[in-house]
Design a protein around this ligand. Sequence first.
Ligand SMILES: [Zn+2]
Length: 140
Amino acid sequence: MTQTERKPSTHTGGCHCGAVRFEADLDLGNPVGACNCTLCTKRGVLGAIVKPAELRVLAGEENLGDYSWGPKTAHFLFCKTCGIHVFGRGHLVELGGAYASVNVTCIDDIDPATLEVVYFDGRHDNWQAGVRDTPWPVHA
Ligand SMILES: [Zn+2]
């Protein structure tokens, strides 16, 4: 994993239909996270963890649906019109407390092929293990 110095800049993004718009302070040169949990496996999201203040909803707050499951420590927000998951909000000690997770595939004009991906073992709540360069197994 390449650990680069954090130099965030403001990126805009949104859902597919355009109802939900946001901006986030991110350095897209840093690795983005994929996760093997039951939800992330199905939705194929790539996440960037930011502080809550580094993610700002510009439009469509009222059009956001809120999904959470299990211990309900995290909220996964999606556009009620087009169904696209745009970002999540939660609290996890291992991630430094309150956080937001931006779905970087929703950043305007993003090319996922340019992103470095690292992997979380969310399936086993193995957050203390951090990330690694290859996917964690689902069935372990
Ligand atoms: Zn939408």
